[in-house]
Design a protein around this ligand. Structure first.
Ligand SMILES: NC(=O)c1ccc[n+]([C@@H]2O[C@H](COP(=O)([O-])OP(=O)(O)OC[C@H]3O[C@@H](n4cnc5c(N)ncnc54)[C@H](OP(=O)(O)O)[C@@H]3O)[C@@H](O)[C@H]2O)c1
Length: 305
């Protein structure tokens, strides 16, 4: 494993973050066991940064992680634990209130408290606002973050799925730095390479974290618009590069993300122990600029101008 230092964490963060969104599967006893094995494998393989959200498994993912920490409390101090809140799902199909985003102070403070209880810990190493609330009051968020910091419940703060201007707005009122922007980056969704988000990360030392890094190729991305011909062209290029680098096609995609000088940190979401371990091979590829553009061209179906 490789590690990245960040002054806002007590530990250097593993370059590959382990994503806990899938660790409870269908919440059957078998899937929960599989999830615990996945976490233990990640730990054994050197991952020390774990990504959660209050809504993963409806809270069950944080609870399962909390169970594991209760079994092995010594693990806590060797970990960076991130969680998110701000998406407020509709409770039942007949509920008057729809799924909505909610950055109101009461909701965020209660959500953090609930995450800490489920995880069985005193402090989140990092808290992220999950998706931009269309009704966000940046000053209220600043006050909420200040309270969470003062109470010791959160060490560092960041955002997820925020645009360049939404980050700028928060940065202008927050009494602390924004440490991360967790955004979708994969072969299907390449928006951040050209919408200012990665430039902003590079400019201000914000950690760019990539969710669903394999979306669009290893499995269907959200809102996938690739045609069969697109997929074939991308697969051909990936296969050629995998042969060149003596690795598997999905490892090429991780290397493609990580070769960007901003230092993208992919979140590995597999619950398959072999894939969790094998993802690390991507850290060793000496991936070239020419191959980055070849894959970009295959993805776009045309050369850059
Ligand atoms: N901030 C946000 O809005 C947001 C949104 C979504 C996710 N996230 C975070 O990002 C993390 C990662 O997302 P993700 O789970 O979508 O990541 P991912 O690592 O891109 O995808 C994992 C999924 O792809 C499958 N997979 C991986 N390699 C494969 C292969 N070679 N062939 C076929 N299937 C393959 C895995 O199945 P196996 O388990 O069988 O390997 C698993 O279902 C989540 O855990 C969560 O922490 C954040």
């Amino acid at each position: 494993m490789k590690y990245t230092s960040n002054p806002h964490f007590a530990l250097d963060s593993s370059r590959l973050i382990y994503g806990c969104m899938r660790i409870t599967g269908d919440n059957s006893s078998d899937d929960r066991q599989k999830g615990k094995l996945a976490i233990r494998t990640a730990i054994d393989e050197g991952y020390n940064h774990f990504d959660h959200a209050d809504i993963y498994g409806g809270g069950a993912c944080e609870s399962l992680f909390g169970e594991l920490l209760k079994e092995s409390p010594e693990l806590r101090e060797k970990m960076i634990i991130t969680s998110k809140a701000g998406i407020r799902p509709r409770v039942s199909p007949t509920d008057y209130a729809p799924t909505r985003y909610d950055f109101s102070q009461r909701y965020i403070l209660d959500s953090v408290e609930a995450s800490l209880t489920r995880l069985g810990i005193e402090q989140l190493d990092m808290f992220l606002l999950h998706r931009p609330d269309f009704l966000m009051d940046a000053h209220e968020v600043a006050e909420t973050f200040a309270k969470l910091k003062a109470s010791g419940k959160v060490k560092a703060f960041g955002v997820s799925n925020f645009s360049h201007s939404q980050v700028e707005l928060l940065r202008s009122v927050l009494p602390m730095p924004l440490v991360a922007n967790q955004v979708e980056i994969n072969i299907h969704n390449v928006d951040v390479f050209n919408n200012g988000v990665l430039d902003q990360c590079q400019q201000h030392g914000i950690m760019p974290i990539a969710w669903c890094p394999l979306g669009g190729v290893a499995y269907s991305a959200w809102g996938n618009t690739f045609s069969v011909a697109d997929e074939q062209r991308i697969e051909n290029e990936l296969n050629q590069q995998a042969e060149k680098y003596q690795c598997q096609p999905w490892q090429v995609i991780l290397a493609w993300l990580m070769c960007h000088p901003v230092g993208i940190m992919p979140i590995v979401g597999s619950t398959n122990p072999t894939r969790i371990a094998d993802a690390k091979a991507a850290l060793l590829l000496n991936y070239s600029r020419e191959d980055w553009y070849r894959l970009f061209e295959a993805r776009n179906g045309e050369s850059v101008p």
